[in-house]
Design a protein around this ligand. Structure first.
Ligand code: NAD
Length: 540
């Protein structure tokens, strides 16, 4: 891709993987290859692979006996080494021009769109239990888009320059932050792992990247891809490991310049509190960017199209086993629509095939690990014993071969039931049925029920109702959808992030996010400086 193209990128096309297609054959071959190998995942510090004595197995969530890799685990000492490597690499990297840095990430995007595509997709499928479609939109398309669009946004930022007046030249120098950035990333999107590490690096920072252990296979392959693309040693240091020990060491460094986090609200709260407690010890105020949990809603108006609503709920709640921060998890349905919707949804849910991701006929697979399985199966068990909750369809759990939970449709009588307020992060959709006449009260209920503010959707054919929902729910979601499911944001089209307890809303994959990773310096040059100090009004 040449420089001018990079300034107006196009979204990467999603491949379909239909029977007989070349991409399907390539992906299947790569799945077989990765299944028959057992990789050792090292730390990567200053460009060197570091193997640790303590390792953990990385397994297929859908076939948990199958060990894909052994991942080295960093401790506080390794974190310290990663900080030193990041600091050593910083002066040279920060002094490179934006074009030089961008070239690495544009090459990475092309490698991912080409020879690396199925390697990353297969690793994401096997390690994180994504179907071919879910892997393609994540580890291929979204990550490619992040890399290309961020370059375009960085150029836009660099072009934002102040005015100059006669005899004076003003400019803004977009400096890297002084110090290093700590990227802490979740299991559920390979693209988020890649983006959180590369976005600060594009702006000239060096990074210590702690991935989620369950995503360490795909994330390590991306790290290798970056090295092939020419990323200099030490610019991004890959340290999967024990999160508390690694974070303790990293947050204890006076050189911490920022935290780039995506994950649960509780963990981000903890990181923020640790930074706050150590604030006077830092050389500068660390930038804290965190995209966190959600309890995402779908609100149906009585004028909603029931067929479209059923499909949006099914895809929005159950794709990737409900493990998207944007997944629909609470729905508000008018009483007159509920019987038809309930029947339609339950019928559709019956047809959902769930199982091994290598069987391309499956729509769903397993949840990520034993902890997630216990959390979701436990909540469904409590729901079964709760007289005020009705499990309308699904919800069976079986972890004999993989961490499988059938999609669950649940109805509650109390709109403030824990199932309507707590993020479960699994394939559970809870419905509250409201009286058709109580639309206005329901708008207030949707807005006031959850502490989160990530995504939400309204389904209505009545334009006045759409307008009311848009206004009443303005603060309830950072990404708001009209007659669409609340998942599937596309880089460059729907910048993603929520407010309230869903994060700092710095919109991943946008110029707003990149602005957090630069510390502008204003430069004024005066061409002919005055040589007298007195002003005209002082003349006799
Ligand atoms: P998580 O909070 O368990 O883990 C996220 C990262 O934090 C991982 O790297 C983990 O190892 C690390 N971590 C865990 N405990 C830690 C500690 N005590 N100190 C320091 N680091 C620690 O989240 P997850 O299970 O990987 O991801 C799911 C969560 O992420 C959900 O809450 C989901 O809503 C959220 N999420 C949000 C967005 C968004 O854009 N808002 C996107 C994806 C996921």
């Amino acid at each position: 891709m040449n420089g001018s193209q990079s300034k107006s990128p196009m979204n990467e096309s999603v491949l379909a993987y239909g029977p007989g297609s070349a991409e399907r054959a390539a992906l299947q071959a790569e799945l077989r290859r990765q299944q028959s190998a057992r990789l050792d995942i090292p730390l990567v510090i200053g460009g060197r692979s570091v193997t640790t004595a303590h390792t953990v197995p990385v397994v297929c969530p859908h076939a948990h006996h199958h060990v894909l890799a052994q991942a080295s685990q960093a401790d506080g000492g390794h974190a310290q080494q990663a900080i030193e490597a990041a600091r050593r690499a910083a002066p040279d990297w920060a002094e490179r021009s934006l074009e030089e840095r961008a070239a690495v990430f544009l090459k990475a995007a092309d490698l991912l769109a080409g020879p690396w595509r199925q390697r990353l997709n297969a690793a994401t499928m096997l390690g994180q239990a994504k179907t071919a479609q879910q892997a393609e939109i994540d580890s291929a398309c979204e990550l490619i888009d992040f890399l290309r669009f961020n370059v375009a946004f960085a150029h836009q930022i660099a072009g934002h320059q102040p005015q100059s007046s006669p005899g004076v030249a003003n400019s803004t120098d977009y400096r890297a932050l002084e110090g290093f950035v700590y990227a802490v990333t979740p299991f559920n999107f390979t693209a988020i792992g890649g983006n959180l590490a590369t976005a600060p690096a594009l702006m000239g920072n060096t990074v210590v990247w702690k991935p989620a252990t369950t995503a360490s296979l795909s994330n390590y392959l991306f790290m290798q891809l970056l090295e092939e693309a020419g990323l200099p040693p030490g610019v991004i240091n890959f340290v999967p490991g024990e999160p508390v020990a690694v974070s303790e060491a990293v947050l204890g460094s006076e050189h911490l310049a920022g935290v780039h986090f995506t994950g649960s609200t509780a963990v981000f709260d903890g990181l923020w509190q640790q930074v706050a407690a150590r604030l006077p010890g830092y050389r500068a105020y660390p930038r804290l960017v965190g995209e966190t949990g959600g309890k995402d809603f779908v609100l149906a108006h009585v004028s909603a199209d029931v067929e479209a609503l059923a499909v949006a709920l099914l895809r929005g709640a159950y794709e990737y086993q409900g493990q998207k921060c944007s997944a629909a998890s609470r729905a508000y349905v008018p009483r007159s629509l509920w019987p038809a919707l309930r029947t339609r949804l339950a019928d559709l849910m019956d047809t959902i095939r769930m199982g091994d991701v290598c069987d391309f006929g499956n729509f769903m697979s397993a949840v990520i690990d034993a902890r997630a399985y216990a959390r979701v199966a436990g909540a469904l068990g409590r729901a079964r014993d709760d007289g005020a909750v009705r499990i309308v369809a699904g919800g069976q759990a079986d972890d004999a071969t993989g961490f499988y939970i059938r999609p669950a449709l649940v109805e509650v009588e109390d709109p403030r039931h824990a199932l309507m307020t707590t993020e479960l992060f699994g394939p559970v959709l809870t419905v509250y049925v409201y009286d058709d006449a109580r639309w206005n009260e329901t708008l207030a209920l949707v807005d006031g029920t959850s502490g989160y503010g990530l995504t939400g959707a309204v389904f209505a054919r009545d334009r006045a109702a759409i307008g009311q929902a848009r206004r009443a729910l303005r603060q309830a979601a950072g990404n708001f959808y009209i007659n669409d499911k609340p998942t599937g944001a596309v880089v460059g089209q729907q910048p993603f992030g929520g407010a309230r307890r869903s994060g700092t809303n710095d919109k991943a994959g946008s110029a707003w996010n990149l602005l957090r990773w630069t510390s502008p310096r204003t430069i004024k040059e005066t061409h002919v400086p005055p040589t007298q100090y007195a002003y005209p009004h002082m003349a006799e």
